[in-house]
Write a protein that binds this ligand. Structure first.
Ligand SMILES: [Zn+2]
Length: 232
């Protein structure tokens, strides 16, 4: 079953939080993750988009049912820096997630809390100050399905981005198995960014898709069975 599994990253954006009226529910949701009740002043909460249902510049796309899977798998997963799962511990925890719909676009929009410890003070300030602007999700899925022929695009011979009888080839990411983490990453090339507090539902710009996954050279191999894809 792991034969087709791929772990890779996808850039999103960090929005901001948080409205006063939902503090009670937010505190309840945060404290469901904590081992002791936390006072609201002990943590910062941020809102972000992780991924969506539009075709990205690498010619891949999530079907909505896969976004639902990601949405369900995200709470409880860690917020990391630059996907560093070896050298650092989490900065925060995703504690709640929902699907956000706007003009036909569907995105996975979780919230994350970060403890206001001395070690995190600079991290939080960099997000609030608009320096740490971009996020990226690491996850695994099974099949990149070609929209032209419905076969695994690593095998079918169609090339993402090329047009066949008027249809631009891209692929659907099917069979999401795991949400590994979400990361703050250096600002990418797509102009994604934070919005000011109170702008939680402001219109989101196109998300950056900063991975190399769709590089044909990267798509070709089917071995090793599990392979991590870096996007930085
Ligand atoms: Zn094909």
């Amino acid at each position: 079953m792991h034969q087709h599994t791929r772990a890779f990253r996808r850039a999103g954006r960090l929005l901001a939080l948080r409205s006063a009226e939902d503090r009670g529910e937010t505190a309840e949701a945060v404290n469901a993750m904590a081992l002791r009740p936390l006072a609201p002043e002990e943590y910062a909460v941020f809102l972000l988009d992780l991924c969506h249902n539009e075709t990205d510049r690498h010619y891949s796309r999530f079907p909505e049912e896969e976004l639902e899977t990601i949405n369900a798998l995200t709470p409880g997963r860690p917020l990391m820096e630059r996907h560093d799962l070896r050298g650092s511990l989490p900065r925060g925890v995703f504690f709640r997630s929902r699907l956000h719909r706007e003009n036909g676009r569907v995105s996975v929009r979780p919230e994350v809390y970060v403890l206001r410890t001395p070690e995190n003070a600079g991290f939080i300030r960099h997000i609030e100050g608009g320096v740490y602007r971009e996020t990226s999700i690491g996850f695994a899925f099974q099949k990149p399905e070609c929209v032209i022929c419905a076969q695994d695009i690593r095998r079918c011979g169609h090339t993402p981005g090329q047009t066949y009888d008027g249809v631009t080839c891209h692929y659907l990411m099917r069979g999401v198995k795991e949400v590994i983490e979400g990361s703050v990453v250096p600002a990418g090339s797509q102009g994604t960014g934070f919005v000011a507090r109170g702008g939680v539902d402001a219109e989101a710009p196109t998300l950056a898709m900063a991975r190399r996954w769709a590089d044909p050279a990267a798509l070709a191999p089917l071995t090793p069975p599990e392979r991590a894809w870096a996007d930085e």
